[in-house]
Design a protein around this ligand. Structure first.
Ligand SMILES: [Zn+2]
Ligand SMILES: [Zn+2]
Ligand SMILES: [Zn+2]
Length: 379
């Protein structure tokens, strides 16, 4: 299979990097599904078990919180999603960096820590950015952060090489968005003094390896247990070269979740010793089967052969599908929101329409809708 090729840069190390916390039960070897290195478990793993964690992944950037970046902390990832939040503090409030007005912080301590770690290198780029709104696009934020960390020697050389050795689609969208990428490369070369070719290479590696950041969220005004986690909030994007080696399957056996800024990989179900770890690079239920296949092909050049792709289950189409796109369903965790949470009435209407169209509990997002309705009812 010609997908997910190993990069042409430095060789991938085949021992587990020291920054990865695991119980010594993971192995790196040729992927069974695609060319390049994959990650395998050498022992049986239980459902939900923590497989590995990484304290501070190379890149983790807030890119998708409502009201831009104003309701999430650039340092600790405390965030508000309408009635949901990621921390217990009900008085959560955010202050903007006075220079760039883009990064926001939940406390002075967080602002100091972020300044020291990354923001002093990127603040000026944001503040003087003349590439306009494009600075808000996820891969651009990741690119700016990555290049700033690299030029300030904040990323150790071996980690940078590990990053550049990741699979990347060198021609990714370069044909179709040649002008935009040229503009970005010119702009970033001006800021960092790096050759434009390196900027473009970094960009295509970023695009290919960025993964979603999810955080468990709490309800703000719950009459029930205020710590009950109801759902996951989609916050932004991260890259860690080790986690990026987990290959795609729409029916993946692992998923990534953040605890504050710590990346954790957990088992979606029981995994037998000797199995290759997989995860879905996109949410398998939305967009539709055809759109999912198209996105996989376009972004990662993947022709997925997983069971969900070979035996796709029936799914809502047309107007009903459009109506349900406000729910991002995760097969394990249920529903995530990037927009306002629907009311109980709206959820019940959607359930009725799913039923009327002949979809049972096994169809996504039916089960998640029921959980959400119960949850909305209790609070
Ligand atoms: Zn904070
Ligand atoms: Zn700033
Ligand atoms: Zn698939």
């Amino acid at each position: 299979m010609a997908s997910q090729n190993a990069g042409s840069g430095a060789q991938v190390k085949r021992s587990i990097p020291a920054r990865v916390q695991c119980s010594g039960s993971l192995e790196m070897k040729e992927s069974s599904m695609y060319s390049g290195i994959g990650i395998y478990t050498a022992k049986d793993i239980e459902e939900n078990e923590l497989i590995f964690s990484i304290k501070n992944p190379v890149l983790a950037v807030i890119t998708n919180v409502e009201d831009g970046y104003k309701t999430a902390c650039d340092n600790c990832f405390a965030a508000l999603f309408k009635e949901l939040r990621t921390v217990t503090n009900p008085q959560l409030a955010f202050k903007a960096c006075s220079a760039c007005k883009i990064a926001h912080y939940c406390s002075k301590q967080c602002q100091k820590a972020a300044w020291k770690h990354h923001h002093k290198h990127e603040c000026q780029t944001y503040a003087t950015s003349d590439i306009g709104d494009i600075i808000y696009v996820a891969p651009i934020r990741l690119l700016v952060r990555m290049l700033c960390l690299y030029t300030s020697n904040t990323i150790p050389k071996d980690l940078w090489n590990e990053f550049l050795s990741l699979p990347s689609e060198k021609k990714y969208r370069i044909e179709e968005s040649r002008n935009a990428i040229k503009e970005i490369a010119q702009f970033m070369s001006g800021v960092t003094n790096l050759p434009q070719s390196l900027v473009v290479e970094t960009f295509s590696t970023v695009i290919h390896n960025q993964r979603d950041i999810y955080l468990p969220t709490l309800r703000l005004h719950s009459k029930t247990d205020p710590l009950a986690t109801g759902t996951m909030g989609f916050m932004g994007d991260c890259i860690d070269p080790f986690a990026s080696l987990i290959k795609h399957s729409c029916d993946g056996n692992t998923w990534l979740v953040f605890e504050g800024t710590e990346l954790r990989c957990r088992a979606m179900r029981r995994i037998q010793a000797g199995t290759e770890l997989t995860m879905s690079y996109i949410r398998p239920s939305t967009p539709s089967f055809i759109e999912r296949r198209e996105k996989l092909r376009q972004t990662w050049n993947i022709d997925c052969k997983c069971s969900l792709c070979q035996y796709p289950s029936p799914e809502p189409l047309g107007d009903l599908k459009k109506q349900l796109t406000r729910y991002n369903t995760h097969p394990k965790e249920g529903i995530t929101f990037t927009n306002q949470q629907p009311t109980l009435d709206e959820i019940q209407k959607d359930i009725e329409q799913m039923k009327a169209a002949g979809f049972g509990a096994a169809t996504l997002p039916m089960l998640a809708l029921h959980r959400l309705a119960l949850w909305a009812h209790l609070s």
